[in-house]
Design a protein around this ligand. Structure first.
Ligand SMILES: *Cc1c(COP(=O)(O)O)cnc(C)c1O
Length: 340
């Protein structure tokens, strides 16, 4: 198989139309078998609930080329289960876990020429989604649905090495205390665009959302989860009903425990107590870990390890998890799905 002639390491995170995508329709109470198609346009009713009422959800995961020439997915069953939770929250039919994983596999295989080679630093990003479609006007669940998966190569997140970046807290919320924050549904992201824009305009990488009920605890770092390494070497990540349960975060907790011998806990992270941390980071599929240099809160900048150097524990966590995803470090049982 001939790979596409692409400068893999120079790729960013931008849309690229690859050869094939998967699409399946839900009608009359059931999903059809789904198929691979070439067309990247979808024709839907102007009354589709996804357009007006945000009845939709999505996922994000990656396929990685390994040294032996294989391709693997990282914990796609977790993405599948999370998407089922999102579907349940916004009253959409669930996609069976096996159907989700099979669709991802089909898209990777059909676009193998677009999957970046091992060692390029680039990966193949998959975007599964479910949308409410069909003729409708009232606020109610849609009569029909689409489950789709498409994918594209994306570049290495850190070009020229991993560098810490700074964040600023915002007074705005992306989700309500017991609302949709824990689900990957569109409304949360529309609600985050304004605060993200503000933070970037002020020279920060993104904003930090505080818990929407009291604004006293760290909830999320833009569209990534927060973690801190305490001065006595514990991995702490916020406990909250309004953060998106990151698969990278649960994986890092297990890596911290089983590979680095640390204690890893979920707990409240009060913004006024962040000096307990020697290091801090944001985690998610896109970057694995984005080291946090400092956080500005109420006009005061708090620097963790350093604004220019990555802390030693952050580095170890990153190298271990990235190694597992790339197939260079032995994974815990059940984390790796080989694309056959
Ligand atoms: C997707 C997402 C994350 C990261 O989740 P991963 O499963 O680690 O990719 C974190 N926060 C938000 C708001 C997200 O949408």
């Amino acid at each position: 198989m001939q790979k596409k002639d692409i400068k893999w390491s120079e790729l960013g995170f931008s849309y690229i139309k690859t050869d094939k995508r998967y699409i399946s329709y839900w009608k009359d109470g059931k999903w059809d078998d789904g198929q691979l198609v070439e067309d990247n346009k979808i024709s839907i009713s102007e009354g589709s609930t996804c357009l007006h009422y945000g009845q939709e959800c999505f996922e994000g995961l990656k396929a990685y080329s390994t040294k032996d020439g294989g391709i693997q997915l990282f914990r796609p069953d977790e993405n599948a289960k999370r998407m089922q939770n999102s579907c349940e929250k916004v009253m959409m039919p669930k996609v069976p876990v096996e159907k989700f994983i099979d669709a991802c596999m089909q898209v990777v295989k059909a676009n193998e020429a677009w999957v970046p080679p091992y060692g390029s630093g680039a990966t193949f990003y998959l975007r599964p989604y479910v949308i409410g479609i069909g003729d409708n006007i009232g606020v109610k669940p849609a009569p029909e649905y689409i489950f789709g998966v498409f994918g594209m190569p994306v570049g290495p997140y850190f070009k020229g090495g991993m560098n810490p970046v700074n964040f600023v807290t915002t007074d705005e919320d992306r989700a309500a205390p017991h609302g949709t924050g824990k689900n990957k549904v569109g409304g949360n992201y529309a609600a985050s665009l304004h605060s993200h824009h503000d933070a970037v305009a002020r020279g920060f990488a993104d904003c930090i959302y505080l818990d929407p009920a009291t604004h006293s605890k760290i909830d999320e770092v833009g569209a990534a989860n927060f973690f801190g390494i305490t001065k006595d070497n514990k991995f702490i990540t916020p406990h909250s009903t309004s953060i998106l349960p990151s698969i990278t975060r649960i994986s890092l907790m297990q890596v911290a425990k089983d590979y680095l011998g640390m204690e890893a806990i979920e707990a409240d992270v009060f913004i006024d107590e962040i000096d307990q941390f020697a290091e801090a980071g944001a985690c998610g599929t896109a970057a694995v870990i984005t080291p946090i240099g400092g956080i500005e809160h109420k006009g005061k900048m708090h620097v963790f390890h350093s604004e220019t150097e990555v802390g030693p524990v952050t580095k170890k966590l990153y190298n271990t998890l990235y190694g597992i995803q790339m197939g260079d470090v032995e994974a815990p049982e059940g984390w790796i799905y080989k694309v056959q």
